[in-house]
Design a binder for this molecule. Structure first.
Ligand code: NAD
Ligand code: UDP
Length: 309
């Protein structure tokens, strides 16, 4: 039985990863300090003897006696509202947290994966974004704490690969949605769904012409697993290349939720990327991966989940 350490395992994506890897027969050490995640996300796994929950801030030294085969570093605030509220913790988990988890992987001779992000491309001047694009990031802007932490993390991961020969993987995750997103994390999907379900105004920022491409979480998890099992050491984009304007997206959610909400416009936050869409040719070619869930099906599942919780 192989053991996987998942940092940020009580978060949105981390908790889905815990469930998926337990089903695949892995032993899981789920490490989290619950700064943006919650025990509630993994409560259904509490009785599973193959999962150990460790409350710890990974920006501090990590001591673990168990053998570890994989370190998956997913701890980091991810929603713009979260990381702008706690920018220093965000910079620390991307830098010190990445250093600590890489050191652990080296000591345990474990394979390593960094959860990176499409934000490394900043407000991109190339659309869709291939992995070869170096990005357009404002280092001192309000998103800089997240974008630069992840860019530093990627550089550190590659240094551990080149100098210490750690078998590393970097997944550049594009906007992902699904059950277990925090209701109040401020991202477009939970906001639009909760506003729609309550028949309250749907808040579109700016003119809503900025684009995003939303991937259903089950598809993302499949891609992460394929990357984890691969020999690839270079960054890989994972996301759904179906691109919509945010205004279109608000309309789709409103209609799927059969809502009477009005769509209203609010000020566009600073440095909000104008476009975002993954070029997933590499994931298709190297991993044989592409998303399978239609936007409609993924959103219907997610709306159902939010309605219940
Ligand atoms: P999330 O906020 O739901 O989960 C992050 C988890 O990390 C939380 O449980 C939080 O408590 C934990 N955490 C944060 N700092 C920590 C620390 N110092 N020590 C221990 N635990 C800590 O966010 P998410 O959406 O699940 O994102 C998970 C990862 O995926 C992040 O690294 C994020 O950057 C990346 N990502 C997510 C998306 C997305 O669309 N959700 C897109 C791109 C990248
Ligand atoms: N957005 C919006 N209304 C909201 C929340 C977000 O119009 O209530 C917009 C936001 O300005 C951005 C897009 O939706 O252009 C996606 O935002 P999100 O916070 O989900 O993630 P981002 O891709 O910006 O990290």
């Amino acid at each position: 039985m192989k053991t996987v350490l998942i940092t940020g395992g009580a978060g949105f994506i981390g908790s889905h990863l815990c469930s998926f890897l337990l089903q695949k027969g892995f032993k899981i050490i789920c490490m989290d300090n619950f700064i943006t995640g919650s025990k509630q996300n993994i409560i259904h796994l509490a009785s599973n003897k193959s999962l150990k929950l460790v409350e710890h801030d990974v920006s501090k030294h990590i001591a673990i006696n168990d053998d570890i085969d994989y370190v998956l570093h997913f701890a980091s605030p991810a929603s713009p509202i979260d990381y702008q509220k706690i920018p220093i913790q965000t910079l620390k988990v991307g830098s010190l947290g990445t250093h600590n988890t890489l050191g652990l992987a080296l000591a345990k001779k474990a394979k390593y994966m960094l959860a990176s992000t499409s934000e490394v491309y900043g407000d991109p001047l190339v659309n869709p974004q291939p992995e070869s694009y170096w990005g357009n990031v404002n280092p001192v802007g309000i998103r800089g704490c997240y974008d630069e932490a992840k860019r530093f993390a990627e550089a550190l991961v590659m240094a551990y690969h080149r100098i210490h020969n750690v078998d590393v993987k970097i997944v550049r995750i594009f906007n992902t949605f699904g059950p277990k997103m925090r209701k109040d994390d401020g991202r477009a999907v939970p906001n639009f769904i909760n506003q729609s379900l309550a028949n309250k105004p749907i808040t579109v920022y700016g003119d809503g012409k900025q684009t995003r491409s939303f991937c259903y979480v089950d598809d993302l998890i499949e891609g992460i697993y394929k990357l984890m099992m691969s020999d690839v050491n270079e960054p890989i984009n994972l996301g759904n290349p179906e691109e919509h304007t945010i205004l279109e997206f608000a309309g789709i959610i409103k209609s799927l939720a059969k809502s009477k909400s009005k769509i209203i416009f609010k000020e566009l936050p600073l440095d909000d990327p104008h476009v975002r869409c993954p070029d997933i040719s590499k994931a298709k070619k190297i991993l044989g991966w592409e998303p399978k869930t239609s936007l409609e099906r993924g959103l219907t599942e997610t709306i159902g989940w939010f309605a219940k919780h």
